[in-house]
Design a protein around this ligand. Structure first.
Ligand SMILES: [Zn+2]
Length: 124
């Protein structure tokens, strides 16, 4: 059996819908086997709690943003952390402040996109 050696070009045409991986992350409840954290996806006995499943990818598969949680049950520092991109947050208020900034940014990017492509159309 032969396999194609040429990877077809990525179709970057906006689809107007959420990528399947984002929809799955938003719809699927956390796995829930962990007795400590509802959002932890580790199964069986464990001290390292995590969930790295909150990811947004482009239709072409590139990672746009990731978020998740990490915590340890043992050790000196057992405080959980929520991360968004490369930044860690130690409490819900800090997470909410950061996600509010992201929502504001995304709204501005949407408005920018409308302006830029409308201006481009006027040039043509
Ligand atoms: Zn866990």
């Amino acid at each position: 059996m032969t396999h194609p050696t040429v990877i077809p070009p990525v179709d970057r045409t906006p689809t107007g819908h959420l990528p399947a991986v984002v929809q799955a992350a938003l719809v699927d409840p956390p796995a829930g086997p962990c007795p400590v954290f509802r959002d932890c996806v580790e199964a069986g006995p464990h001290d390292h709690h995590f969930n790295h499943n909150a990811r947004v990818r482009s239709d072409g598969g590139e990672l746009l943003l990731d978020a998740g949680m990490v915590a340890f049950s043992e050790g000196d520092d057992d405080r959980p952390v929520i991360y968004v991109g490369g930044e860690d947050f130690a409490d819900a208020a800090s997470v909410h402040a950061a996600t509010a900034k992201l929502r504001q940014l995304l709204d501005e990017v949407d408005r920018m996109a409308v302006r830029v492509f409308a201006d481009h159309e006027k040039r043509a």
